[in-house]
Design a protein around this ligand. Sequence first.
Ligand code: BES
Ligand code: ZN
Length: 437
Amino acid sequence: MNRLATRWSRALAPWALALGLSSALPALAAPAWITLSADALAVLQRIVPQAQVLGQAELPVAVPEGPRSAALRSATETVVAVEIDEKWLEILSLMVHRELQRCGGYVFHPTRAEALATLHRLQTQAAAEPLAVGPAPSYVLDNPQQVAPLMALLQGSHLIATVDSLAAFQNRRYNSSHGVAAASWLAAHWRSLIPATRRDVRVVEITHPTWAQKSVMLEIAGTLRPQETVVLGGHLDSIAPGTFEGSRAPGADDNASGIAALTELIRVMMAGSYRPGRTLRFIGYAAEEVGLRGSAEIAADFLSRADQVVGVLQLDMTAFQGDSTDIWLYTDYTNAAQNAFLATLVARYLPGFTVGYSACGYACSDHASWHTRGFRASFPHEASNANYNRNIHTANDTTAVFGNNPQHMLKFTRLALAYAVELGSLPRGLRGAAAAP
Ligand code: BES
Ligand code: ZN
């Protein structure tokens, strides 16, 4: 990987120059623009030697010093932008999976300009100062009296029920009839959780212009600062090798388990008549498994609005306990201050449970869509990157792998609940009469 990175930095002009170089080459039938890590690029070039490299960025990241260490050291991740024919994307995922023994991640960009802009943002965002958001919240735990009663309502049986419902779809691919139906089911299910008396809560189905599956968003309008929003999300799609319609991709862990946690949060907030001071938005993203496409469009849309996003939490894989440590905070493509806040939430609201630090090494889930656009994002994960659930992206990603047991999911649901309420409620002094429960 080092050797490769050096080779590329010598071979390539800065990204702006590389743009001119590649435009001289013939147009592709269905061009696609992706960003990927240097080791995945090496795999790609073996399959598609003619793939055009457009440029690269060195992303400064904090990575754990050791698997159990909270101490972080500075490192860099190389990100490369490439133009290839869209037909190679699926085989690229398969090959990266086989050769690098990890998931085959690439981030999809709708245009060459967007791919290059992503590199540029990653490079210039080095200082990691959030661009698109207002002042950092205090991260003081000041709402235990609102968190506790909701915690008491969480039930593992509901988590399993949601996972079962989602896993029952043949697959949840972004462009299959099943994937479309699964998103519609989720929208209807979230709507069914809203009592008729709650005029402040609504479900929005977000249409994406270039594929059929919708993203699903449930909003609870803030009572005091509705323009400030806290986002909790996870992808609703699933994937496994095979045809769009025929492949079997239950995606129980990846990521029915994250959607189940969000769904249970919504359920207890409605059952407990919770009214946040800031607007809460729960999002089931479409098309994560094909390059973070749904969350990319949504994060870009938030960037173009006046809303202030206080923080973003990503739940992707919460059911399978891969290590003895309970909750793993991924340090790349995330915000260090918000990650520290999550660790304090675990200490306060999940006493006895342990936190570890790990990293994907590439933009592995929707938190990266937010992070690359300057939002504060975090990614608490079920396992270290060394010990992730190897059944994902296959027909065997079922509840059987975690013994049909909701205990691990419950930890992430509790953490997400604490996050949503501590950030969603304003401190007592700022609350005023309107916020009294
Ligand atoms: N849930 C995975 C990411 C993941 C897997 C994180 C294992 C940590 C451990 C996600 O759904 C996924 O598969 N992501 C892709 C990348 C994406 C950009 C297509 C991946 O990892 O290859
Ligand atoms: Zn996945």
